[in-house]
Design a protein around this ligand. Structure first.
Ligand SMILES: Cc1cc2nc3c(=O)[nH]c(=O)nc-3n(C[C@H](O)[C@H](O)[C@H](O)COP(=O)(O)O)c2cc1C
Length: 358
């Protein structure tokens, strides 16, 4: 069954700032959740379900509160930085038309299209450049966001380092921002090693390199101590490379999440670069057409975890458009699973999962 796109909770015709200030845009009814039959354990928390929303669409506490009420039990607060950082100019999200599933290692050339009819067909590119409010703003807002989730839910706080922020190098700033995230009340921290929208900056490809990623993970762990669960967000890689990266990071992390968006070149039908500005021909592709790569990532990660006899939580992200996609990712061995692109148009996705599973 297909689900027609009826809502734009993130209004892509507006700027990131307008969405931050006034979103999510929604005035339909909130569903009544089926009775919760069993809880699942995620570190110290007993949760109502293993499903959530990854770092990105939930811009601040208003967004966290709304989607937690819609039944997404593990919302992630969009990636923050130690210093204020502007968004790339809008548009930040456009619909694209990959004919086929995007393959690992491929850098597809994509054309923008009008909005598709159904959630199941939705593939977008998003390109924000990881904007961040000043730390004083997000630190205060994180406390409000934490307080807005209900029993059986927990919020994860995503953060990343900024090379040169107040004179700190990239590694130092990752650790510094981790300390701020913990101080702000982040219960579970996740760091982003895999954003393709940084216009050539170093931070987007950290996940491909075992040495630099593990050096940062170690610095973060030393900074936050052992009491706060800490996850890294990475992208898919060929099996042996992924195994090397996982092996190098495993001693320092409690969880691994993936995948992030995949880089693609996006043009308008007339051949012009779709998103305005230098370095933005390439941007991150997400939604339906990255489903196979995401599923492949989880299958590999499960195998690697076993082969290394390692102990970490696995979070499946990418191309989850339906309740069945959540189930597929969890059945493949993910402990928790999250959807970003689909929920921007379909806030009832969690409810459909709960009705199916509970
Ligand atoms: C609007 C939007 C903003 C995003 N911003 C971030 C971010 O700040 N940090 C991050 O780690 N990933 C970010 N992502 C990537 C998502 O967390 C996710 O990895 C990716 O979209 C794949 O999932 P999907 O196919 O369900 O969209 C963003 C995605 C979207 C759609």
């Amino acid at each position: 069954m297909q689900h027609p796109i009826k809502y734009d909770l993130y209004d892509a015709s507006k700027s990131y700032e307008d969405n931050y200030a006034d979103g999510p845009f929604f005035n339909a009814s909130k569903p009544k959740r089926p009775a919760i039959k069993g809880k699942m354990k995620l570190w110290n928390w007993e949760l109502n379900s293993p499903i959530g929303i990854p770092a990105g669409p939930l811009l601040n506490s208003n967004w966290i509160k709304f989607y937690a009420e819609m039944g997404f039990d593990i919302p992630v607060y969009k990636t923050v930085r130690s210093v204020a950082h502007p968004s790339h100019p809008s548009p930040n999200c456009v619909y694209v038309n990959p004919e086929n599933q995007i393959k690992l290692g491929e850098k597809p050339h994509l054309i923008t299209i009008h909005k598709p009819q159904n959630v199941e067909e939705l593939t977008i590119t998003n390109s924000f450049g990881v904007p961040s409010k000043p730390s004083s703003v997000w630190m205060e807002d994180v406390a409000i966001a934490n307080a807005s989730v209900s029993e059986g839910q927990v919020m994860i706080l995503s953060f990343m380092g900024t090379d040169g922020a107040d004179g700190r190098d990239l590694v130092s700033d990752y650790a510094y921002t981790a300390a701020m995230a913990k101080e702000a009340g982040g219960k579970i921290l996740e760091t982003n090693y895999s954003c393709p929208n940084l216009c050539g900056g170093k931070a987007g490809a950290i996940y491909q390199d075992a040495d630099s990623s593990s050096q940062i993970s170690k610095a973060i762990r030393e900074e936050i101590g052992n009491s706060t669960p800490f996850m890294i967000k990475i992208g898919n890689l060929p099996y042996e490379q992924l195994k090397t990266v996982v092996k190098a990071n495993a001693p320092f992390v409690d969880g691994i999440s993936g995948i992030n968006t995949m880089p693609g070149e996006v043009r308008n039908p007339n051949g012009q670069q779709a998103l305005p500005g230098e370095g933005r021909l390439t941007s991150g592709i997400c939604g339906a057409k990255i489903k196979d790569v995401s599923q492949d990532f989880i299958e590999k990660l499960v195998r690697i975890k076993k082969e290394l006899n390692a102990d970490f939580t696995i979070c499946g992200v990418g191309g989850i458009m339906t309740a069945e996609d959540f189930v597929e990712r969890l059945n493949a061995g993910a402990d928790i699973a999250m959807s970003a692109t689909a929920i921007m148009c379909d806030p009832y996705l969690a409810q459909r999962y709960h009705e199916k599973e509970q």
